[in-house]
Design a binder for this molecule. Structure first.
Ligand SMILES: C=C1C[C@]23C[C@@]1(O)CC[C@H]2[C@@]12CC[C@H](O)[C@@](C)(C(=O)O1)[C@H]2[C@@H]3C(=O)O
Ligand SMILES: O=C(O)CCC(=O)C(=O)O
Ligand SMILES: [Fe+2]
Length: 351
């Protein structure tokens, strides 16, 4: 059996796994239904439509984006303006970074000291994340000092982050406009202070195919753009079932985050997703478009489903819940009505 020891995921989780007589996986916790998830074709949007000379084509493209954001919460885009050459350069440098010895990644203050691995707070297998990541704040992307011995990562990261940022803002603008708002509304509340790039690596996992690469969650920000490699493993909730997203080398995946769901008053959906492990390692990069900490997120329509809150309040509530309960409760914490009922239902679901 090939066990990846960088990072030392197995050493860390062994005690929890050893606890049960059989290998206790997330299935035993009721998180797997025992049926292989069906592969789905996410709505595919050709972004050339937004630049068309024909007004009708531009409108149709914008409508297709909004439809996908409200029916799926997820879609994929092609002709997004990020070249395959840049994606390949990024992958090469990302691989070099993660291949570094564990101690270097964990202790050398790399990339704003943003290295994370596994789930330190996990008390049972369903809470494991068999993965490692760097969260690079956009404000740090250009700082040479952040890169240490990995300075060749700086140039592609800078270019990649700028392109993802432009794309995320443009998509958020289209979605806002389709709800009757100004395209610039997100330009005004999103600055670089909270947006970040997350470099993910999911090591090969020979322990069980039923351990998560990344535990089920919704993203907290406005919008996420993801580049996944050819391995696959991303699954999302569609019509109360987990479905797998087929990798497409030319496409980027876009998903709505909690704050966009709140802002749109539940028109756009922040959908739960997770990453399954594989016998092959997998890489991905996600860009998170977030508002500055103190901007107030209210609903763009009345009557509002959620009370107004800032991103700072939302983040600290998520962190508090994860610390206290081991999972994120999320948006239902901020519902104006039936607050306690929703929180209880969500808690029961994740038990
Ligand atoms: C334990 C957790 C931290 C996390 C929310 C979660 O319940 C499950 C996934 C985590 C994740 C992964 C992607 C993003 O980086 C993140 C900010 C998110 O929205 O979900 C983190 C959460 C977090 O650290 O707040
Ligand atoms: O790696 C993936 O496919 C998904 C990553 C993800 O969901 C996240 O970083 O929030
Ligand atoms: Fe996510």
């Amino acid at each position: 059996m090939i066990i990846d020891s960088n990072p030392p995921l197995l050493d860390h989780y062994k005690a929890l796994l050893d606890h049960s007589s059989t290998l206790q996986t997330a299935e035993c916790d009721g998180h797997f239904d025992g049926v292989a998830a069906e592969e789905c074709q996410l709505p595919m949007i050709d972004l050339n439509g937004l630049k068309s000379d024909e007004a009708l084509e531009r409108v149709e493209c914008a409508k297709a984006i909004s439809k996908a954001a409200s029916e799926w919460g997820f879609f994929q885009v092609v002709n997004h303006g990020i070249s395959l050459e840049l994606v390949k350069k990024m992958r090469k440098e990302q691989t070099k970074l993660f291949e570094a010895p564990f101690e270097d990644k964990a202790t050398s203050r790399l990339l704003n000291n943003s290295y994370r691995w596994g789930t330190p707070t996990a008390t049972r297998p369903s809470q494991f994340s068999w993965s490692e990541a760097f969260h690079i704040p956009l404000t740090k992307v250009s700082e040479e000092d952040c890169y240490g011995d990995f300075i060749s990562l700086r140039e592609p990261t800078e270019e990649f982050a700028a392109a993802m940022s432009k794309l995320a803002r443009s998509l958020a603008g289209v979605l806002a406009e389709n709800l009757g708002h100004r395209r610039q509304v997100f330009e005004e509340i999103c600055d670089e202070s909270t947006c970040f790039l997350r470099l993910n690596r999911y090591p090969a996992c020979a322990v069980s195919s039923e351990i998560f690469g990344l535990v089920p969650h919704t993203d907290s920000g406005f919008l996420t753009i993801l580049r996944q490699d050819h391995v696959g493993g991303l699954q999302l909730m569609k019509d109360y079932k987990w479905v797998s997203v087929k990798p497409n080398p030319e496409a980027l995946i876009v998903n709505i985050g909690d704050l966009f769901q709140a802002w749109s008053n539940d028109v756009f959906k922040s959908v739960e997703h997770r990453v399954m492990t594989n016998k092959m390692e997998r890489y991905s990069i996600a860009y998170f478009l977030c508002p500055s900490y103190d901007s107030l997120i209210g609903s763009c329509r009345e009557p509002s489903v959620y009370r107004k809150f800032t991103f700072r309040q939302y983040r600290s509530q998520v962190q508090e819940d994860v610390k206290k309960m081991g999972y994120k409760v999320g948006l239902s914490r901020f519902l104006l009505q039936d607050e306690s009922t929703h929180t209880t239902l969500k808690a029961m679901k994740t038990m």
